[in-house]
Write a protein that binds this ligand. Structure first.
Ligand code: NAD
Length: 430
């Protein structure tokens, strides 16, 4: 048995504004581990990924030339069940980034009470410079290299940056060919026709809307009197914006990589979506006054939803934020050093590991549906998602109140405690 009490681990490391994602995750982890009085051996265990795999992916290009890409899969922890996490294709993919994202997945699944561990994978490549055929070859070879790791009961990937449902279909097909049977539950985020789930595409934004409403209720904000600014108008940002508007909120600011727009009277979101369909980005959109992405974060509003990328709210701009609530649709939009500034200002921050966990929750629903071979209605998916998002929000809120900490640290405490207790019950096999 592993004792969780009588910790000799006393002081968390001082917080510095480093932008290495693994260190940023570890700084919050350390604060939570300290408050939990986590035994040093358990601390080491939870900090260290279970497996870190690097694979070589040789591909014959269209002219016959061989190019070798590098692929990664990090399984951070599988104490709660099969590991779960996305696969990204990007030139900046590193093992360190995979480690941070895999750990976040462990905490997300634990907070949501999903029987999964955490993983993340990727291939270092620039998909914009590759043909579909080359992307298919990379995907199939990457999958074949990971055959011993993958499986519905072992490790279940999903889409992430620059990967989509077509890529998930190729992973499913390659794995199934080797297993000599169709195995849809090996991956989630698949096309509906191949065992995907209704509601999966909008799940992250829908979950984000749900916890934003829960936070607004705690802060005494009524939807009809609430103004919202959303950074990033992709899958998560646009869905969250549309759904919050449906709930009665007024979305006064939106942005994407090309810049932002502010309209005190409310942005016409439908028009913005149509604009993007025709023009790829918001550049030239006339539905509001043009602002930079930096200015957008500092606009007067009640709720700010950073839903673009990491490291947007830092020690440099945190004090200028006017929102009462920040709901982190993106992964890691706030640096560790900005946390105490926001807390000092009394801003309620719904942390990423809770706010964007709707995606992995509906991925879990997809895995369940594939395994039972019975598919749910959209209404059932959304109802169950709502129940789980609300329950997890309440659990995080109560934990934060009990320990007198931010929702972020409350969320880490909840997750680490759950995984550590499960580890204690299972014991260490030697
Ligand atoms: P996406 O590619 O659909 O959209 C990203 C949006 O952010 C685009 O509008 C893009 O123009 C904008 N953007 C990019 N760089 C920007 C910048 N510097 N400033 C302002 N806007 C910028 O991606 P997504 O799926 O919506 O993911 C957004 C974030 O949410 C990421 O951090 C991702 O890891 C996280 N997330 C996504 C999911 C999901 O299910 N899609 C789940 C969990 C977390």
């Amino acid at each position: 048995m592993i004792p969780l009490q009588n910790s000799v681990y006393k002081e968390p490391a001082p917080i510095v504004d480093r932008e290495n994602p693994f260190e940023s995750m570890m700084q919050r982890f350390d604060v939570a581990a300290h408050l939990l009085n986590l035994e040093p051996g358990v601390y080491e265990y939870l900090k260290t990924p279970v497996k870190q795999i690097v694979v070589s992916i040789p591909i014959a290009m269209d002219n016959g030339e061989i190019k070798v890409f590098e692929g990664y899969r990090v399984i951070h922890n599988d104490i709660l069940g099969p590991s779960k996490g996305g696969i990204r294709y990007s030139p900046d993919v590193t093992l360190d980034e995979m480690k941070a994202l895999a750990a976040w997945m462990t905490w997300k699944c634990a907070i949501m009470n999903i029987p999964f561990g955490g993983a993340k994978g990727g291939v270092r490549c620039d998909p914009s410079k590759l043909t579909m055929l080359q992307i298919e070859k990379i995907t199939r070879r990457y999958t074949a290299n990971l055959l011993e790791i993958l499986g519905p009961d072992r490790d279940v990937p999903a889409p992430d940056m620059n990967t989509n449902e077509q890529i998930m279909a190729w992973i499913m097909d390659t794995y199934s060919m080797h297993m000599k049977r169709t195995e849809t539950a090996v991956v989630t985020g698949k096309p509906l026709i191949l065992g995907g789930s209704l509601g999966r595409k909008e799940a992250t934004g829908r979950g984000c809307m749900m916890v934003t409403l829960a936070a607004m209720e705690r802060a005494g904000l009524k939807p009809k009197e609430t103004t919202v600014v959303v950074q990033g108008f992709g899958n998560v940002g646009s869905t969250t914006a549309m759904l919050l508007k449906e709930q009665g909120c007024k979305v006064v600011g939106i942005s994407d990589i090309a810049g932002g727009y502010y309209n005190k009277k409310g942005i016409d979101l439908q028009r913005a979506l149509e604009w993007i369909t025709g023009n790829k980005t918001l550049a030239g959109f006339s539905g509001g006054e043009s602002v930079s992405n930096e200015e957008l974060l500092e606009l007067p509003c009640d709720v700010l939803v950073p839903a673009a990328k990491e490291d947007q709210i830092t020690r440099r701009n945190a004090a200028k934020i006017k929102a009462k609530i920040i709901c982190e649709g993106a992964n890691g939009p706030t640096t560790a050093k900005a946390d105490p500034i926001l807390q000092e200002m009394g801003i309620l921050v719904v942390p990423d590991i809770l706010a964007n966990a709707g995606g992995v929750t509906v991925s879990y629903f997809e895995w369940v549906q594939d395994r039972i071979g019975y598919f749910w209605s959209l209404e059932r998916v959304n109802r169950r998602l709502e129940r789980m998002m609300k329950a997890s929000f309440d659990a995080v809120y109560e934990n934060a109140t009990r320990y007198n900490v931010s929702l972020r640290i409350g969320a880490y405490i909840l997750a680490i405690d759950k995984v550590a207790k499960t580890l204690k019950m299972r014991g260490i096999y030697a």
